[in-house]
Design a protein. Structure first.
Lengths: 335, 337
């Protein structure tokens, strides 16, 4: 299993932003890896640091107002140690990214085929004609019907789902080892979302692309990923297989997040919510467990700093994890 | 006029009745019109939560805006407890507006950043012809009713979280004791942990105040959890109306089946139906909708009759309404229990 080196290895990633109020830490002690052909989910609510993690790995955070530490190895090269110039060369070739809003990544003034061909020529020494042919080919592969004539369309002439397919085509045209997808289906209708997630699964499997899928939606993770990393307040609080997390979560936040989602058979019953306790603010972080002010299982011991505990096939940032039998996504049959 | 007759009388029948509603927009430039809503009929009972679900372009928000008299009504009737809302003008319209209040998706845009929470909630009271004597007491009870406390009253919106702001918007909507609350994607922008709290609040408002709610969302899971009955819209028309439980366990329209299949299930693989997406493609343009059944271009059960004939919304066994010629023959799959 471990003979092959993972496509992406992130170690001890720290991100902080410089604000008028001083340095604010957005990501702390984040480490994970993604193997070839694997899709790993990074899940969290707003402010969890999941997008800052993605932008840091891609080298897309503003140099002046942010500080990034740690390493992110892609094909043996540390992305975080590269100069902006070196980074521009690998970005797109070794590492692709897709965003929630495709219009932000597409230039409204150029035909989509030309934009993809430009990406091809930025990384490969091929003729214009070959690049254009490659663009049509990849557009067909991401499910754009009649790709040859659609490649001459401008972004505004396409629907949201088609634009998202174009962005995926552009990110994958150079067959990068790693694809980072930040909420790629959040703005899409649910029937289109199902198609795009299916496309990501197929492309990852066929090309061996390692995918980091960033989302707030546990349903999307369940349908797409093999492993999950749950983030809260800038830290990974639980990392394990998706089925294991949904069946038997060991961190109270993972469990609470699952319980918040309406589920079949519980029509009109009150949902679990995670109230923000009075006096707790996302800006003021407790020195111990960061989830403590909102945790239903908090105890005195939780006020001490919480390391990410390595349990072999799972990692949990909760000192009480083995004392709690937390509910998951399905009722557990008592043995 | 009919509204006067209702005053003091014991109400009977549905609270809101929407009958053959059409909402039409003129497309700028092209000499064409876009029928955002094309012949939609449904009723909302007293104390009922009615869910309206659909993808983008389905016309669900236009229905809400027509009820609020914020969208041009081309044809049809909207009746609130005997009052034809669609025919009201000027002073009369203003007098009846208080009876239906709306909560929007963006909790920040709906609040004036310069007003305190107290001012925001009191504003609708102040705008009335006869403001209540104890407005201050009413504001205090409203803020508690939505799960905040009086310490929040002197704060400005920017110091509140998204969920707290949405609670303020609900308090404000409740200030004039409306009969109907219209929520258009009111929880869609919130984190799930916060969304759950707002859903619980709406359920308790229904139970304790007996208020009726039109709850519009693209999220079938949320709508099916909260609503008594659900209407499924596709390209300006209703495809199906049924109780939330019947709709999810036994859908009768192919589009409802496809929506259920596309819904990502947050459950382990052993407890999840591994179904391929049932529909390809995207919603066609409302400016140029397909003939006959509007879903036919994406329907996997499509037959010749679907292009020729528009299926009416009609009752089927089980108590629901469905707009499909072949509802009796099709065996459709619902959610896994």
């Amino acid at each position: 299993m471990m003979a092959e080196r993972p496509a992406l290895v992130v170690r001890n990633l720290e991100v902080s932003f410089l604000t008028v109020d001083g340095e604010v830490q957005a990501v702390r002690d984040v480490s994970f890896e993604v193997g070839r052909g694997e899709i790993v989910g990074l899940v969290g609510e707003s402010g969890s640091g999941k997008s800052a993690t993605a932008l840091a790995i891609m080298g897309l955070l503003p140099v002046v107002s942010s500080r990034v530490r740690g390493s992110a190895m892609v094909s043996g090269v540390d992305m975080l140690a590269l100069s902006p110039r070196q980074l521009a060369r690998v970005r797109g070739r070794d590492m692709g990214m897709i965003f929630q809003e495709p219009m932000s990544a597409l230039d409204p003034l150029f035909r989509i085929g030309d934009q993809i061909a430009e990406t091809v020529r930025a990384h490969q020494r091929v003729s214009r004609r070959a690049a254009a042919a490659r663009a049509v080919e990849i557009l067909g592969e991401v499910g754009i019907p009649d790709a040859a004539s659609r490649s001459r369309a401008y972004p505004h002439q396409l629907s949201g789902g088609m634009r998202q397919r174009v962005m995926i085509a552009m990110a994958l045209v150079s067959e990068p080892a790693v694809l980072i997808a930040d909420e790629p289906t959040t703005a899409l209708d649910v029937t289109v979302q199902a198609q795009i997630l299916g496309l990501l699964r197929r492309l990852s499997r066929d090309h061996g692309t390692a995918v980091v899928l960033i989302t707030h939606d546990l349903g999307v993770v369940a349908e797409t990923c093999s492993r999950i990393h749950v983030m809260y307040s800038g830290e990974i609080v639980e990392a394990c297989g998706v089925d294991e997390a949904l069946l038997a979560p060991e961190h109270p936040y993972t469990s609470a997040l699952i319980q918040c989602i309406p589920r079949a058979g519980r029509h009109r019953q009150p949902l679990h919510s995670i109230p923000r306790r009075r006096g707790s603010s996302p800006d003021v972080r407790p020195s111990g467990c960061r989830f403590l002010p909102r945790c239903a299982h908090a105890a005195e011991i939780c006020k001490a700093p919480q390391p990410l505990l390595d349990l072999g096939d799972r990692a949990v940032r909760c000192v009480r994890h083995d004392q709690l039998a937390l509910p998951g996504a399905v009722e557990r049959v008592p043995q | 006029m009919t509204g006067l007759l209702q005053d003091g009388a014991m109400p009977a029948g549905p609270l809101l009745s929407v009958d053959a509603l059409c909402v039409q927009f003129d497309l700028p430039g092209a000499k064409a019109t876009l029928k955002a809503v094309d012949g939609v009929s449904f009723e909302i009972g007293r104390g009922e939560i009615f869910g309206l679900i659909g993808e983008s372009g389905s016309g669900k928000s236009s229905v809400a805006r027509a009820i609020m008299r914020l969208a041009p009504i081309a044809a049809g009737a909207i009746t609130l407890a005997g009052t034809r809302l669609d025919q009201l003008q000027g002073r009369e319209l203003r007098r009846h507006r208080r009876r239906v209040q709306m909560v929007f998706q963006d909790s920040s845009d709906s609040l004036d950043p310069r007003m305190t929470v107290r001012q925001a909630i009191a504003e609708p009271l102040r705008m009335q012809d006869a403001p209540p004597a104890d407005a201050g007491g009413l504001v205090a009870s409203l803020i508690q009713r939505v799960g905040l406390d009086e310490s929040h009253l002197d704060r400005k919106p920017h110091t509140l979280s998204g969920g707290q702001k949405q609670r303020v918007n609900i308090a404000r909507a409740l200030a004039l004791s409306p009969e109907l609350l219209v929520c258009d994607e009111a929880v869609s922008a919130l984190d799930v942990s916060v969304q759950a709290g707002i859903i619980n609040l709406l359920l308790s408002l229904q139970q304790e105040l007996g208020i009726s709610v039109l709850f519009i969302s693209h999220d079938l899971g949320v709508v099916a959890h909260l609503a008594d009955r659900v209407g499924v819209m596709y390209l300006g028309r209703l495809a199906e109306v049924a109780s939330a439980e019947a709709l999810t366990s036994r859908p009768r329209h192919p589009y409802t089946e496809a929506l259920l299949a596309a819904e990502p299930e947050p459950r382990p693989s052993t407890h999840r139906a591994a179904r391929p997406p049932l529909i390809a493609g995207e919603v066609p343009s409302a400016a140029n909708p397909p003939s006959g059944c509007r879903f036919r271009t994406r329907c996997r059960y499509v037959r010749e009759r679907c292009a020729a004939e528009q299926p009416p919304l009609r009752p089927v066994d089980g108590g629901g309404l469905v707009a499909c010629h072949f509802a009796e023959e099709l065996v459709l799959e619902g959610r896994r229990a």
